[in-house]
Structure formats: structure tokens, C-alpha cells
Design a protein around this ligand. Structure first.
Ligand code: AP5
Ligand code: ZN
Length: 216
């Protein structure tokens, strides 16, 4: 299964990616997670990416494309992958097409998760993440039963630096200008599936698993 999760900030891409990789046993490739890991490690890539991420802007295409090209050619992507947060611009989508062509494979589905703008801001501002296992919570919509600690591993929860109302508004604006046109791009290829992301988390998961076709 070779799939892309498309959708604005806060649509639920990361939340649903956790379900999909568990169901279909493919690696989860999140460009946002890769950048955050590099920032934490203090790498050159992390330093470059941080400037853009803090402002809610996209990291330049050439940096992102190089990382994804490299990642897709690793052994564990041979039988499939789930891309989350990539591609985000027309040049990224074209670069992805080229890499896949070179690999002799093609995308099965692009799942677009739709959510209204007002709801996105509320979701992002209330998001909390486990510092140890990366599990995602929401103070209102998906609270941890242990309060400030992760239900799964007991790790403490934190808020992403770019999860302020001002930054998320900018990220949504950038999404509308740069990323939304990709919906049309994949629709024209006949591989787009649209999911109502305003349903309960479990219902969204069911819808996605259905369009991807459960493995037997
Ligand atoms: P990235 O990390 O990709 O962030 P994003 O796209 O802004 O998406 P989010 O992680 O904010 O949201 P999500 O859709 O994963 O939602 P989640 O499941 O957490 O990118 C960050 C930055 O990195 C970018 O701004 C850019 O600078 C850079 N970058 C990354 N990729 C790049 C690229 N390709 N090119 C250039 N730059 C790039 O859910 C959100 C909240 O809602 C959670 O609290 C969750 O619990 C809750 N929730 C989820 N589903 C539901 C539901 N159904 N009902 C109620 N609540 C829900
Ligand atoms: Zn945890």
C-alpha cells in the first residue's frame, strides 16, 4: 500500500496515521516529525527547518524532497509506505512522481481529510503530545485519562511550539495557497478519496481503512 494523507493542519493526519500503520504494517513517513527530530538533535537540517516552522511557513522544497527521496529508497519502504505531510506543494508532488517512477511503483490512494477551519484552530491549540512515545491527545476531544501524563507510557505531555493560534492561522493560509491545489492534482489521476474528518476519531479511522481496503 502506497498512500498519502492529505489535509490541513489539525485535520487528524498524525492521529489517523498511527491507526493506518498499525493496520497495514507500512512505515509512517511524516516530514514534520523528521524535522522535529532533527531540531531536537540539533542538526544542520534542524536549524534550517526551525526558522520556517516557527513562522508557520513551509521548509524549502529542495530540503524536503531530498529527505523523502532518500527515505523512500530504504528497504522498509519496498512493500509500501504512508506519507503524512508530504507532498505539500506542486514541485514536491512532481518530485514524488519522479522518484516513484524510478522505483517502478505508483501511488494507490491519496486520502484527503476534510475539516472546517474554525475546528482546525481549536484542535491544534488544544493538542498535547507525549514526549516519550509521540502519542497525540487533545485537552477536550481526546484527553489523556492520566491528566498530564500519557495513557500509553506514562510520559509527560507537551505542546508543540508551532501550536499557537497565530502560527496555526498562518499554517492554514499556507495550506490553502500551496497544498490545497494538490487535491485537484490527485483527483485528475483518479486516486483521490475524501474523508469527513469532523466525525469521531474512530469513525474517521473506519472510513480510511475502508477506502484503503483492509489487508487479509
Ligand atoms: P506537520 O508536522 O506536518 O504539521 P501539520 O501538517 O500542520 O499537521 P499537524 O501535525 O498540525 O496536524 P495533523 O493533521 O497531524 O493533526 P493531529 O492528528 O495531530 O508540519 C509542521 C511544519 O513542518 C510545517 O508547518 C512546515 O513548516 C514543516 N513541514 C512539514 N512537512 C513539510 C513539507 N512537506 N514541506 C515543507 N515544509 C514542511 O490532530 C490534531 C489535534 O486534533 C490532536 O489534538 C488530536 O487529538 C485532535 N483530533 C484528531 N482527530 C480528531 C477528530 N476526528 N475529532 C476531534 N479531535 C481530533
Ligand atoms: Zn507516551
Amino acid at each position: 500500500m502506497r498512500t498519502i494523507l492529505l489535509g490541513p493542519p489539525g485535520a487528524g493526519k498524525g492521529t489517523q496515521a498511527a491507526v493506518i500503520v498499525n493496520e497495514f504494517h507500512v512505515p509512517h513517513i511524516s516530514t514534520g516529525d523528521i524535522f522535529r527530530y532533527n531540531i531536537k538533535q540539533g542538526t544542520e537540517l534542524g536549524k534550517k527547518a526551525k526558522n520556517y516552522m516557527d513562522q508557520g511557513l513551509l521548509v524549502p522544497d529542495e530540503l524536503v524532497v531530498a529527505i523523502v527521496e532518500d527515505r523512500l529508497q530504504q528497504e522498509d519502504c519496498k512493500n509500501g509506505f504512508l506519507l503524512d505531510g508530504f507532498p505539500r506543494t506542486a514541485p514536491q508532488a512532481e518530485a514524488l512522481d519522479n522518484v516513484l517512477e524510478q522505483m517502478g511503483v505508483s501511488l494507490d490512494k491519496v486520502v484527503n481529510i476534510e475539516v472546517d477551519k474554525e475546528k482546525l484552530i481549536k484542535r491544534v491549540v488544544g493538542r498535547r503530545i507525549c514526549k516519550d512515545c509521540g502519542a497525540t491527545y487533545h485537552i477536550e476531544f481526546n484527553p489523556s485519562l492520566k491528566g498530564e501524563q500519557c495513557d500509553q507510557c506514562g510520559g509527560s505531555l507537551y505542546q508543540r511550539e508551532d501550536d499557537t493560534e497565530a502560527t496555526v492561522s498562518k499554517r492554514i493560509e499556507v495550506y490553502l495557497n500551496e497544498t490545497q491545489p494538490l487535491i485537484q492534482y490527485y483527483q485528475a489521476k483518479g486516486i483521490l478519496a475524501v474523508i469527513d474528518g469532523e466525525q469521531e476519531i474512530e469513525e474517521v479511522s473506519k472510513g480510511i481503512v475502508k477506502v484503503l481496503g483492509r489487508e487479509s
